[in-house]
Design a protein around this ligand. Structure first.
Ligand code: R5P
Length: 293
């Protein structure tokens, strides 16, 4: 076993030494092909290095989540403000007009629905790579259940997606799914994000937590954070700011946008944090000024 003898006990994340990027700005992606880089440059803004992804894929296992009852009414008007649209092929084809010219991150896994206790069992890779290409996807998103009963299946699915993605130059977003019984701490998220990156994900989505800079440092590819359950706007903006401060390369937020009373202004405030370096407080002041116009 690798850790049986003589290993160091203390961790050293070398937080003062950024990972070296020789020729290309996206973390860990120097050695990928031109097509892969071109797609990643649609996802991550070459100027800020970051991305604002709009996640509206919840219906694939939750049904019509609050705020997503009518994707055509609530999500389509927000697309202009996103860098990346993250949804299922069914949602995007039926409800999002193909006129925004935004990167698409296609949710390509299925899980059990919320009617089951354990969502991790029976997950699968449900979208053919050719259909992803047909949809002009800039990435495909694969959910992995590290520590869950479905861990092995989900890692195998991720690996298959990475193999197919590499064949055609399509990056894979590894999504860390957190079971109810798992602790949301740096120890767990470092483990989960690192496994997904080592299995070939080009970028990873996870949740913000204390000591997040260690999670980011130990992951050799970019991390974007999910928003999770709806928070008051000031708290959601503070969380986004803290994640960026700790080295995350963006957000992939859903409920904190489309469940906001002012989703357009919220998107706009998130962009200020992610692309312009505003603090959470500054972005919230901006949000208030926009809604009071
Ligand atoms: C959830 O299953 C999806 O992966 C969502 O895309 C993800 O959780 C981000 O959405 P939210 O910000 O609402 O958590």
């Amino acid at each position: 076993m690798a850790d049986a003898v003589g290993n160091k006990v203390a961790h050293n994340y070398y937080l003062d030494i950024p990972q070296k990027q020789d020729t290309y700005f996206v973390k860990g992606m120097n050695n990928t092909d031109w097509g892969m880089k071109d797609r990643l440059s649609r996802i991550f803004n070459p100027k800020s290095g970051n991305t604002v992804m709009l996640a509206f894929d919840h219906g694939y296992f939750m049904g019509p989540t609050a705020g997503l009852e009518r994707l055509d009414v609530t999500i389509a008007p927000l697309c202009e403000m996103a860098d990346v649209l993250m949804g299922t092929r069914g949602a995007i084809r039926t409800c999002i007009p193909p006129v925004y010219n935004k990167a698409v991150c296609l949710r390509a896994t299925h899980d059990q629905s919320v009617l089951f206790d354990d969502l991790s069992i029976g997950n699968g890779f449900c979208t053919d790579i050719e259909d992803a290409i047909r949809m002009n996807a800039s990435a495909i998103a694969m959910q992995c259940f590290i520590g869950g009963k479905g861990e092995r299946d989900s890692i195998e699915n991720l690996c298959r997606a990475v193999d197919m993605g590499n064949k055609y130059g399509i990056p894979v977003l590894g999504v860390t799914a957190v079971g109810k019984e798992m602790e949301r701490n740096a120890k767990y998220f470092s483990l989960a994000t690192r496994i997904l990156a080592e299995q070939g994900a080009s970028f990873v989505k996870t949740y913000y937590c204390e000591d997040f800079e260690k999670v980011v440092a130990a992951c050799p590819v970019p991390i974007v954070i999910a928003g999770g359950k709806k928070l008051p706007e000031n708290e959601a903006l503070e969380m986004a700011y803290n994640a960026i401060r700790c080295g995350a390369n963006g957000v992939d937020m859903g409920r904190n946008v489309f469940q906001s009373e002012h989703p357009v202004e919220m998107m706009s405030a998130i962009r200020k944090v992610v692309h312009e370096g505003l603090t959470g407080k500054e972005a919230y002041d901006y949000y208030l000024s926009e809604i009071n116009k």
